[in-house]
Design a protein around this ligand. Sequence first.
Ligand SMILES: *Cc1c(COP(=O)(O)O)cnc(C)c1O
Length: 413
Amino acid sequence: MNIDYFKNFPDENGYFGEYGGAYLPPQLIEHFKEITHSYLTISKSHRFISELRSIRKHFQGRPTPVYFAERLSNSLGGARIYLKREDLNHTGAHKLNHCMGEALLAKYMGKKKLIAETGAGQHGVALATAAAYFGLECEIHMGEVDIAKEHPNVVRMKLLGANVVAVSEGLRTLKEAVDSAFVAYLKDPITSMYCIGSVVGPHPFPMLVREFQRIVGIEAREQFFEMTGELPDNVVACVGGGSNAIGLFSAFLDDPAEIYGVEPSGRSLDLGENSATMTLGKPGVIHGFKCYLLQDDKGEPAPVYSIASGLDYPGVGPEHSYFKDTGRIKYVTASDYECLEAFYTLSRTEGIIPALESAHAVAYALKLANEKKYQSILINLSGRGDKDIDFVSEKYGFSLEEFKQRYKETDKP
Ligand SMILES: *Cc1c(COP(=O)(O)O)cnc(C)c1O
């Protein structure tokens, strides 16, 4: 692999090997081509690049640091753990990296309004933040079930000026919200721009979101080398759709580093109890692109579950699907239980409360540390856990011991 990889993947039709593409209703084909063309011209211009750099520095607070987790490492018997601190990015997660890029592109394209769906509300909040920054309108589609569950994020979106559209169809969660957002975009594709929240969806979004997230890996590789004089032996990130993971991984593809994407195995490996798309899924089409997909026996997207709502999606980015087949990236799992253990451990040993999504990456790194006794492990700490503290502490208490006791009583082991 070399620099040409990023020029050749995806190909001009949006494929990474057999994955990706753009399976669109006919009315949208031209509009997605326009987004692709605009991205490939505008985003390479000097003005766009310097404006995005300035935003990253002055508004988002980049570069975020790489941090050596010394107390955690000392408890492990030889392995060294480093964290790329995306939790310190403005709004508390990596998602703003691509939202600012998408919104800046929309501005240069003369769009007035950003449209998206959100599940737990994280993408909605990041996009509403970007819209407020640029003075664009913002419409976020969200299932009624999620609106009831994710109250603080709904409040944040409204404070930021977004119009939150409640979706009452079907199961009233993420899948219906995607359909609803698509319909809204179909009605007005000239003045509005559809903004996807991960490296998923029809071409060009898996490419575009990857390119805006690559800053995470570019910074981390340089920072790690400056701190240690070496490159990391292992690189780990959680995978929902796969944007924080591809952002970090993209800088290490040519290096000897072993790369691990961590999916949630939830409560168990039974269908409906996890969201381990690449461990258990088969290739299929969802939301306009081809990828590994968790399917029921009729080939429909299966119900998914994870304690981290940002990870429960039955599909996954096409580029990850490609790297699974080539073997360059290993896809592994961490369970709810392991995630919670890591959540409490990192909070107590380092003073960093991780998002439950990010805690999956920490959990796998802790397992890896047993096998790779004297190696370094760089983890993408994709977000902070403030959004999760009420849920976790009310259900499981305030310490690892209390959690282990309560988990035995309330959940199946
Ligand atoms: C949304 C989210 C994720 C999962 O999304 P990816 O596209 O897989 O990165 C991971 N971590 C945090 C903190 C999130 O908010």
